[in-house]
Design a binder for this molecule. Structure first.
Ligand SMILES: NC(=O)C1=CN([C@@H]2O[C@H](COP(=O)(O)OP(=O)(O)OC[C@H]3O[C@@H](n4cnc5c(N)ncnc54)[C@H](OP(=O)(O)O)[C@@H]3O)[C@@H](O)[C@H]2O)C=CC1
Ligand SMILES: O=C(O)C1=N[C@H](C(=O)O)C[C@H](O)C1
Length: 246
């Protein structure tokens, strides 16, 4: 049977590409909604739903996935801790892939970030994350930047909340703290997505950069995640699970 995939956010930058990538993968677009669409009807008509909307809508869709028993692939970013907790609660009754970034290269970057952070002591190496996106992006720092921050903190045996984030530096900030991860956000033009992780010590710097040139890389990854998630038991998954990197 051909997989019936619903698309939440079908009129958006990602949604339009998703329609093409669903067809390219030999699946069928079961339906799609923008902000005026009927989400209940979309979930009923679909075997799996892919959501690229916004934080508030994505939280509602996670709850709807749990209520209808339809697996969900979620790419929306900018979720608050409470919204992420709601997604995790929904994933107790339905499988959900919630990924900050569906590009394979970024998921390799997450793994490398963790390894580098484990090797570079925070007393000597300050971790800074710089991201740039198109002028339409509404959330900051990007979900991927936060994901990188979490990977660095994990490598140092802590959580991001424990190590702390230094973002939006302006005015008399005082000296940089030892341990917190710095975040800088650039917005402009039509940049698809750029992320740099820098470890800065007194006598050396080491950095890793990922650049996306085409957001189709996210759409391809999300469709792959949809094909993967339909046969998983309930749980909260990430792209590393889909890619076999967990
Ligand atoms: N994880 C990843 O790899 C990636 C994540 N993203 C994230 O995906 C999200 C979408 O990005 P992008 O496509 O660029 O954004 P767009 O603004 O281009 O698209 C947003 C889509 O969401 C729809 N929408 C808004 N409100 C609702 C609602 N209440 N119910 C249903 N649909 C709604 C819009 O519909 P309408 O046209 O009617 O307004 C539109 O189709 C963002 O959070 C972005 O950060 C983006 C790229 C990659
Ligand atoms: O809004 C975008 O465009 C993107 N959002 C995601 C994020 O917040 O990290 C992923 C990608 O960088 C593009």
């Amino acid at each position: 049977m051909t997989l019936q995939i619903g698309i939440a956010g079908i009129t958006g930058r990602m949604g339009q590409l998703l329609s093409e990538e669903v067809a390219a993968a030999g699946a069928v677009v079961a339906g799609g909604i923008g902000r005026s669409g009927d989400a209940e009807a979309l979930f009923s008509a679909s075997e799996v739903v892919i959501d690229f909307t916004n934080a508030l809508t994505a939280e509602r869709h996670a709850e709807l996935a749990a209520r209808t028993g339809r697996p969900l692939v979620m790419g929306s970013s900018g979720l608050s801790p409470a919204q992420e907790a709601a997604v995790a609660a929904a994933a107790r009754s339905v499988p959900i892939v919630y990924a900050a970034n569906f590009a394979p290269g970024v998921n390799l970057l997450f793994a490398l970030a963790e390894r580098m952070a484990a090797a570079l002591p925070p007393e000597q190496y300050d971790a800074e994350i710089v991201e740039m996106h198109h002028r339409q992006k509404v959330d900051a720092p990007s979900g991927t930047a936060i994901g990188l921050g979490r990977a660095v903190a994990r490598g140092r045996g802590r959580t991001l909340e424990e190590v702390g984030m230094e973002s939006g530096r302006d005015g008399h900030t005082g000296p940089r703290g030892t341990g917190p991860i710095g975040f800088a956000t650039l917005r402009g033009g039509q940049v698809v997505g750029e992320h740099t992780l820098l470890f800065a010590a007194g006598s050396e710097h080491i950095s890793l950069t990922h650049r996306s040139f085409d957001r189709r890389v996210y759409a391809t990854g999300a469709v792959r995640a949809a094909q993967w998630v339909i046969v998983q038991p309930p749980g909260l998954y990430d792209m590393k699970h889909v890619l076999g990197m967990a």
